[in-house]
Design a protein around this ligand. Structure first.
Ligand code: SF4
Length: 222
């Protein structure tokens, strides 16, 4: 099986429960969900004309919609070749759950890595049992996709982007709809805006939820 990869790089995870963890990010191309504030819009479309060689994808100097085809084995070989030291794999997008992530996670887990996926919760999640699943539910977005009950029940953490009271209300309705009680809930202010951050802090304290502030953006790393 081949995956369409937009980026593969080593950095520090800046969000959610794994904040601060050295991680290898694998960014898949393709997402139809259509969030207006999406900060990876270049990953939305999968154009055959944008297919490039693995080397060309790896040496991109700016965010583009160019992608390259990799098998799980190709990715593992690349991680070894680049001598990446992180032992945590983060599979993101785009929307990574448009494809089966099981072979990819399985291979890295067999080699002693931990795995994590970040998904909008709008596609069935196909991954290993051990994989840490971060659902960042994208409610009422332009693409018209519903949040799946199966995604909400599989989530190890729920990380909700917020900027307004409406976003908080949307999350509360979703949690009530799926009777979510035990899962860790993070609020993540959209675009580091002060108003969004103040609202997130206030709402986290009121509900005993956690704050996720996209540390990588504050310290200026990828
Ligand atoms: S689900 Fe993620 S990648 Fe897709 S549009 Fe929303 S924020 Fe962007």
């Amino acid at each position: 099986m081949k995956y369409k990869i937009n980026e593969l790089f080593e950095t520090i995870q800046g969000e959610g429960s794994f904040t601060g963890q050295p991680s290898i990010f694998i960014r898949l191309q393709g997402c139809p969900v259509g969030c207006s504030w999406c900060d990876t819009k270049h990953t939305w479309e999968i154009e055959l004309d944008d297919k490039v060689t693995p080397q060309a994808m790896l040496t991109k100097t700016q965010e583009t919609s160019k992608w390259a085809s990799f098998s799980a084995d190709d990715m593992f070989a690349l991680v070894k070749e680049k001598d990446f030291r992180a032992k945590h794999i983060v599979i993101t997008g785009g929307e990574p759950c448009m494809v089966d992530l099981t072979p990819l996670c399985q291979l890295f887990e067999q080699q002693g890595y931990s795995t994590q996926i970040e998904t909008s919760g709008t596609f069935e999640i196909n991954t290993t049992e051990k994989c840490w699943v971060t659902v960042s539910p994208k409610i009422n977005m332009r693409g018209g996709y519903e949040i799946l009950a199966s995604a909400m029940s599989r989530a190890n953490e729920i990380k909700h982007p917020i900027a307004t009271e409406q976003h908080v209300d949307d999350l509360k309705s979703l949690l009530a709809q799926y009777n979510v009680k035990e899962t860790a809930i993070y609020l993540q202010p959209i675009s580091q805006k002060k108003r969004a951050t103040d609202l997130a802090i206030e709402t986290c304290i009121a509900n005993n939820w956690r704050l996720s502030v996209q540390v990588h953006k504050y310290i200026g790393i990828e």
